[in-house]
Design a protein around this ligand. Structure first.
Ligand code: THG
Length: 293
């Protein structure tokens, strides 16, 4: 019997529980200047309206958790990340995924966060393990563990599993259980390597089989450089959910992605009486009517 661990995240009195026996948890990706020029330009000018809008829109579209990234080149990241988080927390009440590779920014973010956050991320490098895991323990946060280390991203699923195993083992030494480690198999571009999809899917299967832990992934990387990305992303999303992906980092405003997630949950018996599917359909109809009139 494969274990089905539950990761609990909180924000004030609100709890989000992540597991494969529940509907897929959506981590909204949009508050991120790395992937998005408009966000980058706004944050460089100290304007936060776009952050406020992205927070509200993503939650309205079904995001359960919001990823927050403030990695602007040349900026004071600890300061900026705190401002972005405060802006988000002013307008929505969902748990946050703190997306930074800067230990100082991470500590400060954890200090101001009222609840059990998700840290995005740790990886198999010694330096990362030794700085991020103690902070996760100190603040009682859950952590995304990336399947990469000093050698880069392994080119087989078996080797990525080995990195996941090391992250989980090292977390255990800090008394952080596997329920608080969410593994990211890493999706690379199919345009560059036609096996990128199958390697990610196989990694998910192996990690789930061995550890039963939750799985996250920035699934849109796989379509990088291709036309009509949303169709590739949504098909891959459904397959990855079947393999065991439980909390994708994605854009819920893209209808194809949102419906792929809902349809996967429906097909996998995680949507009793198709209530969520039908509710989302009605919301899309209502939104379409509002846009026409
Ligand atoms: N794994 C983990 N964390 C991650 C990633 C991952 N965080 C960052 C990234 N990958 C996921 N986040 C984003 C955020 C925004 C965009 C993509 C991934 C994005 N991209 C559009 C593009 O690429 O064309 C830009 C579109 C726009 O401007 O609106 O928006 O893999 N753990």
């Amino acid at each position: 019997m494969v274990a089905d661990l539950t990761t609990s995240l909180t924000y004030k009195d609100k709890t989000v529980e992540i597991s494969r026996s529940r509907p897929t948890t959506i981590i909204g990706e949009r508050i991120n200047p790395t992937g998005r020029k408009k966000v980058l330009e706004a944050l460089q000018k100290g304007e936060f309206d776009i952050v406020r809008k992205d927070a509200l829109d993503q939650v309205a579209a079904g995001a359960h958790v919001l990823d927050v990234n403030a990695g602007v080149p040349g900026a004071d990241e600890p300061e900026l990340l705190e401002k972005v988080m405060r802006t988000v927390m002013d307008v929505v009440d969902v748990p946050l995924s703190i997306d930074t590779a800067n230990p100082e920014a991470l500590r400060r973010a954890l200090e101001i966060y009222p609840g059990k956050a998700l840290i995005n991320s740790v990886n198999g490098e010694e330096r990362s393990l030794n700085t991020v895991l103690p902070l996760a323990k100190e603040f009682g946060a859950a952590v995304i563990g990336l399947c990469m280390d000093d050698q880069g991203i392994p080119d087989t699923a078996e080797k990525r599993l080995a990195v996941a195993a090391r992250i989980i083992e090292r977390a255990g030494r800090y008394d952080i259980g596997p329920e608080d480690i969410i593994i990211d198999p890493l999706a690379l571009a199919l345009g560059a390597d036609s096996n990128a999809g199958i390697i990610a899917l196989r990694t998910i299967e192996l990690v789930v089989q061995q550890f039963g832990c939750n799985i996250s992934m920035g699934a849109s990387n796989i379509s990088y450089g291709l036309p009509d990305r949303k169709y590739v992303n949504s098909a891959f999303m459904a397959m990855a959910i079947y393999a065991g992906l439980s909390c994708p980092i994605t854009n819920p405003l893209v209808t194809e992605i949102q419906t792929a997630i809902l349809a996967a949950d429906l097909a996998l018996g995680r949507d009793d009486y198709a209530m969520r599917w039908i509710k989302a359909y009605r919301k899309r109809q209502k939104d379409a009517e509002a846009n026409q009139g």
